[in-house]
Design a protein around this ligand. Structure first.
Ligand SMILES: C[S@@+](CC[C@H](N)C(=O)[O-])C[C@H]1O[C@@H](n2cnc3c(N)ncnc32)[C@H](O)[C@@H]1O
Length: 255
């Protein structure tokens, strides 16, 4: 089953890569969410070796190259995404190492090598969270950082309208259509097809990080101040962002 999910998601990303060019990349961590300009998680990246898991179109790698990162590595299961990343980074004078493989698989990525392993809206695609965290830990030097963002699990529990695809807000209240405790795979409609991923509880992330040998230095789940203070935007998404987090981000260190 997991192999079929990876295969189907891969086809989605290969077919739709151009539509996602640069859309979920540093300095952004998420939707209506703090950015790297606020968080400074990569403040010591100059001269460092970095690996992005699910590097997509390479925009986050380029962002870190502009901040002085010395060695850039990217892993993604979509060759089309990697082709886009390769072009973008080459145009910027970078010489990244790009690897086409699922994050769940064994690969030739060096062990105990990187100062930063990170993933911006990528890690939640994994069909094996514990295994992926253990792999991330194995790539890092001792004391190295593992930073990742993903959709907040509460976000995926709120119902969406079949007609508009918008979150359902009724008289200022959110409608939940999925249990927070349900970690089974969900199929999300997107463009002309669906993609599949598991919606995992915060405790599942925290426990898997601990089991992989990480300590958590920071976890952010707060909607950004600007969106919280915004009284003009009354869209369902804006209302929702004031009541539940849409995104989350962890900064961890390998012990
Ligand atoms: C939202 S994009 C990330 C974009 C990236 N942060 C950037 O800067 O462009 C998610 C990426 O995850 C990749 N992906 C999905 N499932 C994966 C898996 N099992 N293993 C590796 N990559 C995967 C997709 O191909 C896609 O490029």
């Amino acid at each position: 089953m997991e192999e079929q999910i990876i295969e189907k998601n891969k086809k989605y990303w290969d077919d739709h890569a151009d539509l996602w060019f640069g859309t979920t990349a540093l300095p952004k961590y998420g939707v209506k969410f703090a950015t790297e300009d606020d968080l400074h998680f990569f403040s010591e990246v100059e001269g460092k070796k970095v690996l992005e898991i699910c590097c997509g179109s390479g925009h986050s790698l380029k962002y870190l190259a502009d901040k002085g990162a010395e060695e850039l590595w990217g892993l993604d299961l979509s060759q089309k995404q990697l082709d886009n990343a390769g072009e973008l980074l080459k145009e910027s004078g970078c010489n990244p190492k790009l690897i086409c493989a699922p994050m769940e698989a064994d690969s030739d990525i060096p062990q105990d090598y990187f100062d930063y392993v990170y993933s911006i809206y990528g890690i939640g695609w994994t069909t094996d969270l514990e295994g992926t965290f253990k792999k991330a830990a194995s790539y890092l030097k001792s004391g190295g950082y593992f930073i990742f963002s993903w959709g907040h699990p509460l976000h995926y529990c709120v119902a969406k309208s079949y007609e508009t695809g918008e979150d359902v807000v009724y008289n200022g209240a959110l409608v939940f259509s999925r249990s927070y405790f349900d970690e089974s795979y969900l199929k999300m409609p997107v463009h002309d097809t669906t993609v599949t991923f598991a919606n995992r509880k915060i405790s599942t992330f925290v426990n898997a990080l601990y089991d992989a040998g990480f300590i958590i230095e920071k976890m952010i789940e707060q909607t950004d101040e600007k969106s919280l203070a915004d009284t003009e935007d009354n869209s369902p998404k804006a209302q929702k962002a004031k009541m539940v987090p849409l995104s989350m981000c962890f900064k961890c260190r390998k012990l």
